[in-house]
Design a binder for this molecule. Structure first.
Ligand code: NAD
Length: 356
């Protein structure tokens, strides 16, 4: 099992080092190779995604990614900015399925803006289609409006598109993921208004025939946004398109209250995936040894579950994180009165000890 380790910028190298420490402690036959990405790669090789880094990612079974970006690169031409590395990797590896779990640990319910009883024990998974929809649909652009009440005025337009195979493959990913969880999928659409999402709903319903052991319901996106704050625990897996998923996954992330705790994954058709924390490179705290490494450690657990097919090892890491929180250890971002505040490396060491 080969893993490409791409630490990136800011706190990336600090938090990835802790995840690597935890992976090594599992004593599995894992081959890990590190390469620069983002601003670090621009400094070293003049490009945020050098050919050698891309080749390593393509050969690996999975990529463990830290974060990229720093304000100092904001004046570079767009193709050379660190963030282009993520877009390049998504495109080159064909990563079309984005997994964003929202998990609220009992000990951290105080960090949520919702009442503790609504979020305690929350465990939902949002699966967002990542390569289609209005973000990429052609044609798009600006022009003089050809018709309508404002004909001749400047207008901008984008095109929302989804094809049957695109919907089928993301629906299958969602049903398969639900089989590893509580066997319930909510497909989120806007079929009452949009043709694109009428096709979405029809195709998801058809694919569901192959998964009779999984429960399926459909929900309009406006209602889904409401239900996520009203009764989030009634969801298990949510599957939706690129734009709705972009918005709902950030909403769900905030239910848990702490960005430093949230892993994510993006997978392609071969099950190869890129695993990264949901947060950015946090240049404001880089190099201080205070960043929370748990989102990256939990991303490594997702990698073991979804790309490397080692669910028991994934369970071990997740249980170790639970144990560390139960022991009262916290990094500064999730600290609360009565807890012991530790740094990045101490948190990584504590997770290793808690693996048992
Ligand atoms: P950010 O997520 O990096 O930071 C937001 C806030 O959360 C900061 O106060 C930061 O200190 C804190 N924070 C983030 N992760 C933390 C952790 N693990 N432990 C403790 N505190 C943490 O978002 P930003 O400040 O808007 O962006 C900073 C840089 O990151 C920018 O260059 C941006 O482009 C980049 N970015 C990269 C990615 C990515 O690599 N996938 C994603 C988002 C932002």
């Amino acid at each position: 099992m080969k893993i490409a380790i791409l630490p990136g910028d800011g706190i990336g190298p600090e938090i990835v080092a802790e995840a690597v420490k935890v992976l090594r402690a599992l004593a599995l036959p894992l081959e890990m190779e590190t390469a620069p990405v983002g601003g670090a790669a621009y400094e070293a090789a003049g490009h945020p995604l050098p050919d050698a880094t891309l080749a390593l990612a393509q050969q690996a079974d999975a990529v463990l990614f830290g974060a990229v970006g720093d304000w100092k690169y904001d004046t570079l031409p767009r193709p050379l900015r660190p963030e282009q590395a993520i877009l390049g990797l998504r495109k080159q590896l064909g990563l079309f399925a984005n997994f964003r779990p929202a998990l609220c640990y009992e000990q951290l319910t105080h960090a949520s803006s919702l009442k503790p009883e609504l979020v305690a024990g929350l465990d939902i998974l949002i699966i967002r289609e990542l390569t289609g929809d209005i973000y990429f649909g052609q044609p798009r652009g600006r022009r003089a409006a050809p018709d309508g009440p404002f004909a001749g005025a400047e207008e901008a337009f984008d095109t929302m598109r989804y094809s049957r195979p695109e919907i089928e493959r993301i629906a299958r990913v969602a049903f398969e993921a639900a089989r590893q969880r509580n066997r319930k999928v909510t497909s989120v659409d806007k079929a009452n208004v949009l043709e694109t999402f009428q096709l979405w709903k029809d195709v998801v319903t058809e694919v569901h025939r192959d998964y009779p052991d999984v429960e399926l319901d459909h929900m309009y996106v406006d209602n889904a946004a409401m239900q996520l704050v009203k009764a989030p625990k009634k969801f298990d897996v949510i599957v939706t398109g690129n734009m709705f998923g972009d918005i709902l996954s950030d909403e769900a992330a905030m239910l848990t209250g702490s960005i430093g705790m949230l892993p994510s994954a993006s997978l392609n058709e071969r099950g190869q995936g890129l695993y990264e924390p949901s947060h950015g490179s946090a240049p404001d705290i880089a190099g201080k040894g205070v960043a929370n490494p748990l989102a990256t450690i939990l991303s490594a657990a997702m990698m073991l579950r979804y790309s490397l097919k080692q669910p028991e090892a994934a369970d071990r890491i997740e249980a170790a994180v639970q144990r560390v929180l139960a022991q009262g250890l916290r990094t500064a971002d999730i600290a609360s009165p009565g807890c012991t505040v530790v740094g990045t490396a101490q948190m990584g060491d504590a997770v290793v000890r808690a693996l048992g």
